[in-house]
Ligand binder design. Structure first.
Ligand code: NAP
Length: 254
């Protein structure tokens, strides 16, 4: 029932984790997809090959999404290869594994988190929106986090960056509604990807996840990609400015 046939999607951070699951699911739903990798060139090539089995155009490009120039080029590559950009999933992001108390957090660490997790979202959207305005519509789906809703001690710069993504989503939803551009975010809780597995795969981490997540386990990347696909589809035509919680019941807020 969900079909993205004829749609062109740009997904950042498509080489691994949630982004990779979204690339494959979007291709399965019939979308042409351009995605970026930053460091994981081989993983990106593999995702590209797997997604292409569904018969749509899928192309990976290298980009550091924290850089304006790279995002400009990525959007240009998407439009050059696919002819348009109907959907952008601003997913690329980083999280620091080790605890970082605020008094030890350096300016460089703060700036890098904001650059990769927040500026990247602003900047990819900045370059997509003129195309979407011309096309008289579009879907923007930034990936935030429960950390942006409730904060995250010892990872406060991460939580602040994701809180920024949530605010950006809400502000843009009302700003861009007149252009028929819908802006909704997916806010995952713990997801079993390379980002969180170093915690989740420890004995203490597995115990923690079972205790704090009412569904008793972390999400798979595919279980986050599903709601992203829904937001990109015609089934979500009257939704904008929403933050969709996909966290197994661990953080309940609207
Ligand atoms: P992941 O498995 O670590 O994958 C991160 C992706 O982002 C990779 O494709 C990586 O590309 C890309 N990336 C990182 N830095 C980049 C940069 N500077 N420029 C371009 N691409 C960059 O992470 P994930 O778990 O899938 O997370 C995806 C999103 O969900 C992130 O925004 C994250 O904050 C959010 N999230 C995750 C969780 C969780 O528990 N996993 C929870 C809540 C929210 P390369 O590998 O090619 O470098």
């Amino acid at each position: 029932m969900i079909s993205l046939a004829g749609k062109a999607a740009l997904i950042t951070g498509g080489s691994r984790g949630i982004g990779a699951a979204a690339v494959k699911l979007f291709a399965q739903a019939g979308a042409d997809v351009v995605f970026n990798y930053h460091r994981s060139k081989e993983a990106a090539a593999q995702i590209e090959a797997e997604a292409r089995k569904h018969g749509t155009r899928v192309e990976a490009f290298k980009a550091d999404c924290g850089k304006m120039a790279d995002n400009k080029k990525l959007v240009e590559q998407c439009v050059a290869r696919l002819g348009r950009v109907d959907i952008v999933v601003a997913n690329a992001g980083v999280w620091n594994l080790e605890d970082l108390p605020i008094e030890k957090m350096s300016e460089a660490q703060w700036d890098e988190m904001m650059r990769v997790n927040l500026k990247s979202v602003y900047s990819i959207i900045h370059f997509c929106v003129p195309h979407m305005i011309k096309q008289k519509g579009g879907r923007i789906i930034p990936i935030s986090s429960t950390a942006g809703q409730r904060g995250e001690s010892f990872h406060t710069h991460y939580g602040a960056s994701k809180g920024g993504v949530i605010s950006l989503t809400k502000g843009l939803s009302t700003e861009l509604a007149r252009h028929n551009i819908l802006v909704n975010s997916v806010a995952p809780g713990w997801v079993a990807t390379d980002m969180s597995n170093p915690v989740l795969q420890t004995k203490a981490g597995a115990k923690m996840a079972a205790a704090v997540i009412p569904l008793g386990r972390p999400a798979t990347a595919e279980e986050i990609a599903g709601p992203i696909l829904f937001l990109a589809s015609d089934l979500a035509n009257f939704m904008t400015g929403e933050i969709i919680n996909v966290n197994g019941g661990s953080v309940l807020c609207g």
